[in-house]
Write a protein that binds this ligand. Structure first.
Ligand code: BG6
Length: 487
């Protein structure tokens, strides 16, 4: 459904996220005629640029990040005409009056402010916007993850922003929630009674969530070296996936009803004691190896350092949800850079048959598994044992019931940011994180951060192009289980 006309102000407009994701997302929505021509995209950054100069950069970014099939010259020119640039310094009073004057030219517009900057600037930017009269009842502030660096800094940011805006106007984005398959988790769980009946510790043996990437830290070294995989991926994306998998049925799809249930899961996560950290977590850092068939340097070379760095580029964790539904069912999480493939996948592994009528030496009964693939090629697969065809006797083998969403629906899957940006304009916060959720997620992650900080040993090395340190394999194998290497 098309949205109302808006003035979307993007802070951090010359940065990586705007250039790679936000402009392309807005372009696609515009091309699909999802917002009116009267809208404006007001790019804001510290650089001394004019609108023409910024449009040239934006055009280059769009030519790089939008597929040629979707890039027609006429639409591109019309889209760029909606883009304006204002030079503003987040940490001084320079530029704010001119920015607010631009916004006041059209008082009735919905006003999303997208803060694609470092999180330390979220508070100062919101406070200055408030002081200069930039907020209206139609304003919404979008905060990119990570919200802060730890629980205390997340709280400070939430306080600073909360002083000038009510929670209903604050949209904390986690782009994983905008992915089609992630939303499909809600459909899978709450529109299909056959699964919901099986969704508990009686039937499920364990759950695995893997988010692997081929890319290294290149390009975002400054940010990544201060962050690491636990802050960059686990505290937000992976915990959100865990919440959607583990939560109870919400009473409706209202934003707060869904977020209340996710919050309960975060609060039910068993907290790690410092002495358990090595049994329940593994951190790794890649060394030189290969990515997609070509040699690549290690993390230290990527960040241009000759000393050691304690930043983890890989993390594996064994999480547990303390509830009746999930008691005794481990949730194994792993994520890393420079792994063999880009893949985000959830594996729900069911218990083995309690007794087998098939002779053990001839039949290795595999457990049923439900595989939920977020990317690439969004889909689901239910693995079952079936009889091999033929008259030669009863031979079993695992086969899959497959749903490929792209083949089934035959359409382009919009990028997560497209969906989420339009939700901001509509004022629908269901797929955004509430303040207490973000804080609860930090609260769970923090003991791991502390325990790691206190230990002298560096992250375990793994060769770029491998599935991470062997300790991560040992962690799950100690429980008699193995990582599933993808469909
Ligand atoms: C971002 C992280 O939030 O998610 C990046 O900061 C990561 O480090 C990215 O590469 C992965 O997103 P996606 O959509 O490509 O899986």
């Amino acid at each position: 459904l098309p949205v109302a006309s808006f003035d979307c102000v993007v802070f951090g407009a010359t940065g990586d996220l705007t250039m790679r994701k936000l402009l392309a997302a807005l372009y696609h929505r515009y091309r699909d005629r999802q917002f009116p021509d009267t809208s404006r995209i007001i790019a804001v950054a510290r650089s001394a640029l004019e609108t023409d100069g910024f449009r040239m950069r934006a055009e280059a970014a769009l030519r790089q990040h939008v597929s040629p099939a979707n890039l027609d010259e006429e639409t591109l020119a019309a889209f760029l005409a909606l883009v304006h640039y204002r030079q503003v310094d987040a940490l001084s009073d320079e530029g704010w009056e001119a920015l607010v004057a631009t916004l006041d030219e059209r008082p009735g517009q919905v006003r999303p402010f997208y803060l694609a900057t470092s999180p330390e600037l979220y508070g100062p930017i919101c406070q200055r916007l408030a002081r200069h009269g930039g907020f209206s009842a139609l304003s919404r502030v979008v905060l990119e993850k990570p919200i802060g660096h730890d629980l205390a800094s997340a709280r400070a940011i939430n306080m600073a922003v909360g002083e000038v805006l009510p929670e209903s106007q604050i949209f904390r984005i986690d782009h994983y929630l905008g992915k089609e398959t992630v939303q499909n988790l809600l459909a899978l769980r709450f529109a299909n009674p056959i699964f919901e009946r099986l969704w508990n510790a009686d039937v499920i043996d364990h759950v695995q969530i893997t988010v692997s990437e081929v890319v290294g830290a290149e390009g975002r070294v400054g940010y990544y070296d201060r962050s690491g995989a636990l802050r960059d991926m686990v505290q937000n994306h992976m915990l959100q996936l865990l919440c959607l998998l583990a939560m109870e049925s919400p009473i409706s799809l209202d934003a707060d009803a869904v977020r209340d249930e996710k919050l309960k899961v975060l609060r039910a996560l068993r907290r790690f004691e410092p002495h358990e950290i090595n049994s329940f977590s593994v951190r790794g850092q890649y060394v030189a190896g290969a990515a997609e068939g070509r040699p690549v340097p290690g993390y230290l070379a990527d960040i241009g350092s000759t000393e050691r760095s304690m930043t983890e580029t890989f993390v594996a964790l064994k999480a547990q949800v303390n509830s009746w539904r999930w008691a005794g069912v481990p949730f194994y999480l792993r994520t890393g850079k420079r792994l063999p493939r880009k893949m985000s996948e959830i594996v729900v592994q069911f218990r083995r048959p309690p007794f087998s009528v098939f002779p053990r030496d001839q039949h290795d009964l595999q457990p049923n598994r439900l595989l939920i693939r977020l990317q690439p090629e969004e889909g689901m697969r239910l693995e079952m044992m079936t009889k091999e065809p033929g008259p030669g006797g009863l031979h079993l083998r695992p086969t899959g019931l497959d749903i490929s969403f792209e083949k089934t629906f035959g359409q382009r899957y919009p990028d997560a940011y497209e969906r989420l940006l339009m939700d901001v304009v509509r004022g629908n916060p269901t797929l955004f994180m509430r303040r207490d959720e973000v804080e609860a997620a930090w609260d769970w992650v923090e003991p791991v951060l502390h325990a790691w900080a206190e230990r002298p040993e560096a992250p375990r090395p793994y060769v770029a192009g491998s599935w991470g340190p062997t300790a991560a394999i040992a962690m799950i194998e100690r429980d008699g289980r193995t990582w599933y290497e993808g469909i």
